[in-house]
Design a protein around this ligand. Structure first.
Ligand SMILES: [Zn+2]
Length: 287
C-alpha cells in the first residue's frame, strides 16, 4: 500500500507520496497559514487529496507533543495548534484513520529506517535546534513510553538552580545547548549578538571563544552521557540546526564518552542524513 507523509512545520507544510518500496512518487509543499487552525486543517487536507492514491496510509508529523491524556497538541511553538484535537479533526475530514507523532519521533524513525541509523536496533534521535528534543526507536518502531514523553531529554535538569526554562523548571538541557541558548551565552561572554552560524565561523583561539566552546562541550557531553547511562542506545543521530556543528562529532563525542559510567564506550554519534526531509519521511513511516 502507498503511504503519505505530511510534515506540519512552523513555516511550511510538506507532503510526500511513497510506494511500498519507499520510493518517492510525489512531493509538494506550501507555506503554513499563520495563526489560523482551520486554514491549517484545510491546507493539510488539500495537500493529501492532491497526491492521494487509494488505499493509502497517512501519517502526520507535528510540532509539539500529543497529550496522551487528552489527545490534543501540547508544547507546540505553532501556538494555534495548542489544545486542538488535530488528529480527530483530520480523520473526520479525510474519512480515515491517520497516525500522528511529534517531529523528534518522526526524525528518529526516518533516520532509523532510511538515514544514518539504518541497521542499528536501538536508536536515539536528537533534535538540537530552536528547542532540544529526542525520540527513541527500537527495531524500527517508535518507543513513545507510558506517558508519551520517552526521549524528551531536552527537559531533564542539567544544572540544579540553573537557567529558567519555559516548561517551569530550572536548568533544563534546552536552556544550555539549543541554538538560542548558545547565542545567548555568546552574547553574555563577548557582548556580541550573533547567529550561531557566524559564531561558529568566527570561533578563534582567544579566551572568550575557548570559554564558550568548552562550556558547550561540557553541557553537550554531560547531557548525552546521562541518556547513554540510562538507555545505552546502539547509535545516537543528531538533527536540527545545531547538529551542523562539526566539532560535535569528534570533540563533542569525546566529551560524551568522558561522562559515561562505563569502562567501554564506543556509541557512534552521527550526523543525520535526511536533513529537513526527516519529518516528512518519518510521518510516512509511522505504521
Ligand atoms: Zn524545561
Amino acid at each position: 500500500m502507498n503511504r503519505i507523509g505530511i510534515d506540519l512545520g512552523g513555516t511550511k507544510i510538506e507532503s510526500i507520496l511513497l510506494d511500498e518500496k519507499l520510493s518517492v512518487l510525489e512531493r509538494k509543499r506550501m507555506p503554513t497559514p499563520k495563526n489560523d487552525y482551520t486554514k491549517i486543517l484545510e491546507s493539510i487536507v488539500n495537500l493529501v487529496y492532491e497526491i492521494k492514491t487509494e488505499p493509502c496510509k497517512i501519517g502526520v508529523c507535528t510540532p509539539g507533543a500529543i497529550s496522551k491524556k487528552t489527545g490534543f497538541i501540547k508544547n507546540s511553538n505553532t501556538q494555534c495548534l495548542i489544545d486542538k484535537p488535530l488528529k480527530e479533526d483530520l480523520e473526520a475530514r479525510l474519512g480515515q484513520k491517520i497516525s500522528m507523532e511529534n517531529d523528534a519521533n518522526c526524525f528518529a524513525i526516518a533516520e532509523a529506517t532510511m538515514g544514518s541509523a539504518k541497521n542499528f536496533d536501538l536508536v536515539f534521535g536528537v533534535i538540537m535546534g530552536t528547542g532540544v528534543g529526542g525520540g527513541i526507536t527500537i527495531n524500527g518502531k517508535i518507543h513513545s513510553g507510558r506517558t508519551n514523553i520517552a526521549g524528551e531529554w531536552g527537559h531533564h535538569i542539567l544544572h540544579s538552580n540553573g537557567h529558567k526554562c519555559y516548561c517551569g523548571k530550572n536548568g533544563c538541557v534546552e536552556t544550555y545547548i539549543s541554538g538560542p541558548a548558545l547565542e545567548k551565552q555568546w552574547l553574555e561572554i563577548t557582548g556580541k549578538s550573533q547567529p550561531l552560524i557566524d559564531i561558529i565561523k568566527n570561533l578563534g583561539n582567544d579566551e572568550k571563544s575557548h570559554l564558550w566552546k568548552s562550556t558547550f562541550l561540557t553541557n553537550f557531553g554531560r547531557s548525552l552521557a546521562n541518556v547513554i547511562d540510562i538507555l545505552d542506545p546502539d547509535v545516537i543521530v543528531l538533527g536540527g540546526g545545531v547538529s551542523n556543528i562539526q566539532f560535535l562529532y569528534d570533540e563533542g563525542r569525546d566529551s560524551v564518552y568522558e561522562n559515561v559510567f562505563s569502562d567501554l564506550i564506543d556509541t557512534p554519534i552521527l550526523q543525520n542524513k535526511l536533513g529537513d526531509s526527516a519529518g516528512v519521511f518519518g510521518a510516512s513511516l509511522l505504521y
